[in-house]
Design a protein around this ligand. Sequence first.
Ligand SMILES: Nc1ncnc2c1ncn2[C@@H]1O[C@H](COP(=O)(O)OP(=O)(O)OP(=O)(O)O)[C@@H](O)[C@H]1O
Ligand SMILES: [Mg+2]
Length: 303
Amino acid sequence: MEYIVETNQLTKQFGKEKAVDGVEIRIPKGEIYGFLGPNGAGKTTTIRMLLGLMRPSSGSVHLFGKDLKNNRIAILKRVGSLVENPSYYPHLTAYENLEAIRKIVDVPRARMKEVLKLVRLQDAANKKVKGFSLGMKQRLGIAAALLHQPELLILDEPTNGLDPSGIIEMRKLIKQLPEKYGITVVISSHLLSEVDQMATTVGVISKGKMIFQDSIEAMRRIAQASIHLRVNDPKAVHQALLVYGQKADIKENSVAIQTTADEEVASIVQYLVEQGFAIYRVEEEKRSLENIFLEMTKEEQIR
Ligand SMILES: Nc1ncnc2c1ncn2[C@@H]1O[C@H](COP(=O)(O)OP(=O)(O)OP(=O)(O)O)[C@@H](O)[C@H]1O
Ligand SMILES: [Mg+2]
């Protein structure tokens, strides 16, 4: 299989610390890759190496199947990026700012209108950037990154500092890129909730190491449900369940069981009722993806 992004044992060492440690990224074409990790995990360092802005201490980066080391300029022509907050000329309009970039990347003027429309800034095109909200500035940054029609777009925390509606806007904007234009997207974040509903593949990095990389569905499957029984006597119910052969945990005024099959739940409830217990509530609790992500990275953070 050919990957748009592939790294092999990618490592970056600062002094004694390995900020990125043997990372193996695999991103097929047309994916939206959510690159997740807590602060200091190594996301920006990895992205800088993907963009040839920083040299790896060891390991390699292949983009479009080619080694970045040997084909830097040709490869980077096919990549658009937004790393950290982009800087603009505040007294110039959005259009004028884009024009400055257009001259460098050398694309037809008509392309500016296209990208402004794509990020829904067409109505603000002639407004000065100094009056722009953070969300508008980020969208302008994406417009600039898309000017030269890249096949790969790499965004480092583009939703940082955006309010919920700004995040939703960004999500809508990014979601359409693979389908409409065949663009593969890498988007980093320290919050899973920000890339959930948008990412098709997820990579989780913690302390420089990739600790999870799979489809978002695979991650959801880990989100196992549990059943909470609110009962009159949790301790006695817990005991009874153990006798019945069902593993259970006491949680405040309820008892939690891991089973999810309807029939099993029904037999357990029937058994408890026959034993004379009063059951007030039978509730299903799903762990959120965010919780799973936190659990994945928690252990690493404590060290
Ligand atoms: N130029 C540098 N020199 C020394 N150490 C660095 C340098 N750049 C990053 N680091 C260290 O590498 C580690 C990873 O940093 P990095 O910026 O890649 O993390 P991040 O995942 O992007 O975090 P954040 O969510 O805060 O942006 C941190 O411990 C950081 O202090
Ligand atoms: Mg960062």
